[in-house]
Ligand binder design. Structure first.
Ligand SMILES: [Cu+2]
Length: 502
């Protein structure tokens, strides 16, 4: 179980040792730390209230006064008046507090772990050193129960990011990403936000109260009793209050442990402006969105159809399980309205740069990336068990780590030989989508299209069953780098590997 996976728990002495050596600093006994204190408030362990110390120590401490505090602790969420759920969350809420950071401005985030297990916070989508990225497999220290760690970093790149636990759950469908440890993180561009909008909302899609259910082939998969937006079932939370004529920016995150979701807003189209927080080459209005686990989509909605509407899961059974939120125009009344789309529609390709004109001069030849083929397969472990997962025939930690050259350009060939779709995530880097949804033929071959995609930068990509996707990235952030499926049940059972360079 998770304790085994993360290794031994960490003593305070270990954390202090780490604090001296790495960027995580200031591990302290929990007593006296109050993460609910407003930032800058005097706390019992405030160095200014202590006996004089050496100047360098005092300077170091004052430099580490946190800009944000997070407390990982058990809490009871009210998903609806009829559904209360015990879980672990940040600051007693799910999603956790919005962390609004400025690109290039150093920030210190203090995290206290008041749960019973070692924890770690992953800053998803940021280019950070391995020691603070928030994956113990990369060498980020775990936060032992009842200790505090401080993460100090300069956030980049700008855009819609998020933070979440990176621990293991295995068969315990209340832990890790199955619980409430997720929150929004926005890195504001130093040059200001280019999109014009009147109001913005952050929305997290999540599935709760899971149990294992046998699929047709006998393997066990998670299934859920409740689905929410921002921790509330449809109708249980506050509506999104808008006014006619507004341009509303929605930052939508799928924080589900395992489920892909389809979202539409009745009576409106959604103009996609960014995928995984990165502006798209072609902004386009679409009838619905598809978000795989860990994906983000930013859309602008023109509020041009006054009424009371539902923004929700397109698939009826998931909306019935609670995944929806009411959008309420000022001055309007009545029951919220839903319009059922007839089919599911989504493709990344719509947001790529337009292909060059036939008569245009060819673009300058780019350096050919080095291909890194990764064959993704499942392994049946018997009826009543979850499947395990392999990359190139091995499960983590036995997957061979591909050596990379710093500054090198690589093409990950994501060869999905399994019968499931997988949301694949590369830590500490983003990648460009090049070729997508190429059918996998016998012998694991495929036929690339004539044109490659341009202009879609992401950190998660959903690779469909029996298909191949190719993404390019530059190895420009040295250190151990995790690559894995973002479905908790797949990651826990071997679907993970490390790249290392530098
Ligand atoms: Cu997967």
């Amino acid at each position: 179980m998770s304790e085994e996976r993360v290794g031994a728990t960490f003593s305070r002495r270990d954390l202090l040792k780490i604090a001296g050596a790495a960027v995580i600093a200031g591990a302290r006994p929990a007593a006296g730390d109050d993460p609910r204190q407003p930032v800058g408030a005097r706390q019992p362990d405030d160095p200014r209230q202590r006996a004089p110390r050496s100047e360098s120590a005092a300077q170091r401490d004052s430099a580490l006064q946190p800009d944000y505090t997070l407390e990982i602790a058990p809490t009871t969420l009210e998903l609806s008046p009829r559904h209360r759920l015990k879980t672990i969350a940040y600051n007693g809420q799910a999603p956790g507090p919005l962390l609004r950071l400025k690109e290039g401005r150093e920030v210190t985030i203090q995290v206290t772990n008041r749960s019973d297990n070692p924890e770690v916070v992953h800053w998803h989508g940021l280019f950070l050193p391995s020691a603070i990225d928030g994956a113990m497999e990369e060498g980020t220290p775990g936060i032992a129960p009842n200790t505090t760690a401080r993460y100090t970093f300069t956030p980049r790149p700008s855009g819609f990011r998020w933070y979440h636990t990176h621990s293991m759950a295995m068969e315990d469908l209340s832990r890790a990403q199955y619980g409430g440890q997720h929150g929004f993180l926005l890195v504001e561009a130093s040059s200001g936000n280019p999109a014009r909008y009147d109001q913005e909302f952050f929305l997290a899609l999540h599935d709760w109260d899971g149990h294992l259910l046998a699929s047709d082939d006998g393997a066990m998969n998670p299934d859920y009793n409740v689905s929410t937006i921002n921790g509330k079932v449809l109708g249980a939370g506050d509506p999104l209050r808008v006014q006619a004529g507004q341009q509303v920016l929605l930052h939508i995150l799928n924080s589900s442990p395992t489920e892909t979701h389809w979202i539409s807003l009745a009576g409106h189209t959604l103009r996609v402006v960014a995928l995984d927080g990165n502006p798209v080459a072609t902004s386009k209005a679409v009838p619905m969105l598809r978000l795989a686990p860990a994906e983000r989509v930013c859309v602008i909605v023109e509020m041009n159809n006054p009424g009371i509407w539902i923004l929700g899961e397109v698939r009826k059974h998931v909306q019935a399980a609670g995944m929806g939120i009411v959008v309420e125009y000022a001055g309007q009344a009545g029951a919220p309205r839903w319009q059922q789309p007839e089919q599911l529609l989504w493709s990344y390709e719509e947001f790529a740069a337009a292909p060059p004109d036939a008569g245009a001069p060819p673009p300058p030849p780019a350096a050919t990336p080095t291909a890194v083929p990764l064959v993704l397969e499942s392994k049946f472990r018997g009826h009543g068990a979850m499947e395990s997962w392999m990359i190139n025939g091995k499960s983590y930690p036995d997957v061979a780590s591909s050596p990379l050259q710093q500054g090198g350009r690589y093409r990950l060939q994501l060869i999905n030989a399994s019968k499931d779709d997988h949301p694949l995530h590369l830590h500490r880097h983003s990648f460009e989508l090049r070729r997508h949804a190429m059918p996998l033929k016998d012998g694991n071959s495929w036929t690339p299209p004539a044109q490659s995609l341009q202009g879609i930068t992401k950190d998660v990509v959903l690779v469909g069953a029996r298909s191949v996707t190719e993404v390019d990235f530059i190895a420009n952030n040295p250190g151990p780098t995790l690559f894995h499926c973002h479905q908790q049940n797949h990651m826990d059972l071997g679907f993970m590997m490390l790249f290392n360079y530098g």
